[in-house]
Design a protein around this ligand. Structure first.
Ligand code: ARG
Length: 273
């Protein structure tokens, strides 16, 4: 089987003001120490990895006082040249939304504003011709209908049930147009059945992999960048022919984020690509 890498365009935000000052998910403990300089070095390594793979990395300026802004996946959903801005569940992250929105607008994307809580690509993943949309913790179910109207892809609701896997991108990763990897226990029985129906050949991750945020991975169809600690998942991926690149993001994990959370995919219109 030949695996083709597709050149990606990503948006990232340097963790200049990264900290764990509040707790809005079970990973965050504001009393535990965080090495902010190490966080920046680990993030820099991730950025360089993308550049070395030939991907294009755009940067948005970090804003002081917004410690979670490094998690660019939550800044929007960008497909076919259209960008849907976000509305955060938690007030601590609310001011990130206009900053990302302004970036998309300046970059020339067709803008759409959210009518309900929607945390962007953290909960909205394009898998082939389906948009998988998470709900249960952050993104409101009501926003799934808007996603379908804006982007014109069939939206499949994924019900998340484990608070540690509060965003869809902590429980499922899209590997290519046809393949995903996921943690079955993170989904409701009905959502599991839907995943089995849509992706009979999916890779099932173990709880041990998910607990190091192993599913918070970024694939270009050939190379999969994932947390270095997710060794079982990496072995399964290599068995399927993917090349795995382990990255240590231990400091950002203290906020509940991994490689995918730091990475927003910018998808141009098909013609422009
Ligand atoms: N501390 C952030 C939050 O709880 C982490 C966001 C992680 N992003 C993601 N796409 N899963 O909102």
């Amino acid at each position: 089987m030949t695996m083709d890498a597709t050149r990606q365009r990503f948006l990232m935000c340097r963790p200049t003001y990264f900290a764990v000052d509040y707790a809005i998910n079970p990973w965050m403990d504001p009393t535990a120490p965080v090495d902010a300089d190490l966080a920046i070095r680990q993030w820099e390594r991730l950025r360089q990895t993308y550049v070395d793979l030939g991907h294009e990395v755009e940067l948005i300026d970090p804003v002081a006082g917004l410690p979670d802004m490094v998690f660019a996946a939550n800044g929007g959903t960008v497909i076919d040249g259209k960008a849907m801005a976000v509305q955060f569940r938690d007030p601590q992250r609310a001011d990130e939304a206009p900053a990302y929105r302004a970036w998309f607008e300046a970059a020339g994307f067709e803008m759409h504003d959210p009518k309900h809580v929607n945390e962007g690509e953290g909960d909205v993943l394009l898998a082939g011709d389906h948009l998988l949309a998470g709900t249960g913790f952050r993104t409101a179910h009501a926003s799934h209908a808007q996603l379908q109207e804006v982007f014109g892809y069939p939206v499949i609701t994924m019900q998340l049930v484990d608070p540690r896997f509060y965003h869809l991108d902590t429980a499922l990763t899209v590997l290519d147009e046809r393949t995903v990897a996921y943690l079955p226990e993170a989904f409701s029985p009905g959502s599991r059945a839907v995943l089995r129906r849509l992706f009979p050949d999916a890779i099932h991750a173990t709880m041990a992999d998910a607990e190091v945020l192993g599913l918070n991975a970024v694939s270009d169809g050939r190379h999969v960048v994932l947390p270095a600690q997710a060794t079982d998942l990496a072995a399964k991926l290599r068995d399927r022919g993917y090349e795995t690149i382990g990255i240590d993001l231990s400091e950002l994990r203290k906020a509940g984020g991994g490689p995918k959370c730091c990475t927003l995919r910018l998808r141009q219109g098909k013609a422009v690509k």
